[in-house]
Design a protein around this ligand. Structure first.
Ligand code: TXA
Ligand code: MG
Length: 347
């Protein structure tokens, strides 16, 4: 399949009437799949009302068919067509965080979207992205769009159109290239179907921010403890893993440097994931700065690109510095821990 590549400037007004967006929307109406930028990561969109269209998402990504998709909308009217019994707490969160990086799990209206979006579930995940290109595409297509991250299953989510092209060229109808995404990690997935909202996946909106709006919020235990079965089907899969084994190190720079030397003495090429503050202080075969430690949002923003860059290098093993688990740090450590297959060394 020929994959179109359209470049769009997200700062333009009336994006929904732009030829690139209209062409992409036309393909979506024809039940083809198209990748588009959001404020979190690139999404791979398809008509959420069509079995045929949604099936193409799973096929292009190689995604297990029991892993449900998020429905992306541009108006609150679309939400009420898809979900029902929306609790008051969820309404408050919507008021505060939409459009933005928060996905809500709500009770689904029967037969409102393709069964392939919510395989075997009576709930549906909904989010209204804030990226102007994403919103324009939803408006121009007139459809709710089912969209997972636009990567091959198991690879880090794409934060640049290049990442999408590397994974999916030839497998999808087109890529809307709106430049680098914002947050760099996926949306927070919040289950709003019980008494107390539960974070199933930490992300762009932090636990602290949610609690400011709706009081106590729980975190799915599987996120905190290895071996627990996660409530969100997608969280059980190994994700975000670079090819070379990654180990997180909880310790000083000197300790990390000694681990590097130990591996190098065995003839291995070693990579280090650090931040701009220490980039020039390590001796290793490949040192990549992932943002600045002073600004955890910059770490989130760079993380997936950095994991992909290690794949382009020839290192045999990677050591990563550890980050504080507060605010966006919770999402950073969640993704990093998964990328490391839970291998953490403490000094
Ligand atoms: O930021 C994001 O959320 C990006 C952009 C493209 O919007 N999308 C994204 O989608 O990360 P995906 O498919 O890669 O991750 C969706 C997560 C999965 O872990 C999935 O299992 C979970 O949401 N999910 C979807 N529907 C669910 C449901 N009804 N109940 C529980 N978890 C659900
Ligand atoms: Mg994903």
């Amino acid at each position: 399949m020929d994959t179109k590549h359209w470049v769009v400037d997200k700062h333009q007004r009336n994006l929904e009437s732009y030829p690139q967006i209209k062409e992409a929307a036309g393909l979506l109406k024809n039940n083809e799949v198209v990748a588009f930028p959001t404020e979190t990561v690139y999404g791979l969109g398809a008509n959420a009302l069509s079995d045929k269209a949604v099936a193409k998402i799973y096929e292009a990504k190689g995604r297990p068919s029991d892993n449900p998709l998020i429905v992306h909308i541009s108006t609150i009217g679309q939400l009420y067509k898809i979900a029902q019994d929306i609790p008051e707490q969820a309404e408050r969160l919507i008021e505060k965080f939409w459009p933005g990086p928060l996905t809500l799990i709500l009770k689904a209206k029967e037969n409102a979207v393709s069964k392939k979006v919510t395989p075997g579930l009576d709930t549906v995940a909904v989010r209204m992205p804030s990226h102007p290109v994403a919103l324009a595409l939803i408006v121009a297509s007139g459809l709710p769009l089912a969209a997972p991250s636009a990567n091959t299953s198991g690879k880090p989510s794409p934060t640049l159109a290049k990442h999408v092209a590397d994974d999916l060229t030839g497998k999808i109808a087109g890529i809307l290239d709106g430049g680098a995404t914002g947050v760099g990690l996926e949306s927070t997935v919040l289950d709003c179907t019980g008494e107390v909202p539960v974070i199933l996946r930490p992300g762009g909106v932090t636990k602290e921010q949610l609690e400011d709006v709706c009081g106590a919020v729980e975190v799915d235990r599987a996120i905190l403890t290895e071996g627990e079965a996660p409530k969100s089907p997608g969280m059980k899969y190994k994700h975000y893993a670079p090819t070379a084994p990654l180990t997180i190190v909880n310790g000083s720079m000197e300790f990390i440097q000694s681990l590097v030397k130990g591996k190098q003495n065995k003839g291995l090429k070693v990579g280090v994931l650090t931040t701009s503050e220490r980039e020039n202080q390590y001796e290793a075969d490949k040192i990549i700065a992932c943002g600045s430690r002073e600004d955890l949002e910059s770490v989130a923003n760079r993380l997936y690109d950095v994991l992909r860059l290690f794949d382009e290098s020839d290192v045999d093993v990677i050591f990563s510095e550890s980050f504080p688990s507060e605010g966006i740090g919770q999402a950073i450590m969640n993704r990093l821990t998964k990328a490391a297959g839970h291998k953490i060394i403490t000094e």
